[in-house]
Ligand binder design. Sequence first.
Ligand code: THU
Length: 132
Amino acid sequence: MTVQELMEEAKKAREKAYVPYSHFKVGAALETKDGQIIHGCNVENASYGLSNCAERSAFFSALSQGYKPQDFLRLAIVGDTVEGCSPCGACRQVIFELGGENFPVALGNLHGIIQETTSTELLPGAFGPKDL
Ligand code: THU
C-alpha cells in the first residue's frame, strides 16, 4: 500500500472520532505486515484526562487483536492541521515502543500534506524496552 493510500485510510478512521469536547478529530491507520489496516481514532471522555489519542487507539486495538510489536509496517496520522498532524508526547512513546526504532510514520492533514518521518526522529533518545 502506498503512503497516500494509507493516509486515505487514516481519514476514514478520523470520521469515527468521538470528540464532543475538543471537536478535533484525529485518525490513524496502522498497516500490518500481513496486509491488514487497523484504524484508530481519538475517543474523549467527560473526565477529559481519560481521553485516548488516535495513534494509541490504533496500536492498542492491534495488540488487542493479537498483533505483536514486530508486526507493523507503517503508521499514518491525520488531523485538520496546517502541517501534518503531529503526535503528542505520550503517543510518540507508544509509537516507539510498539513500532520499534526507525518505524515509518506519515503525518498528514486534510489538504494533501504528507510528511514522512520515523519513530526515532519523533522521539530522539527515547527510553525504550532495551533500557530495562
Ligand atoms: N489528539 C490525538 O488523537 N492525536 C494527536 O496526535 C494529537 C491530539 C487528540 C486528543 C484530543 O482528543 C484532541 O486530539 C485534542 O487534543
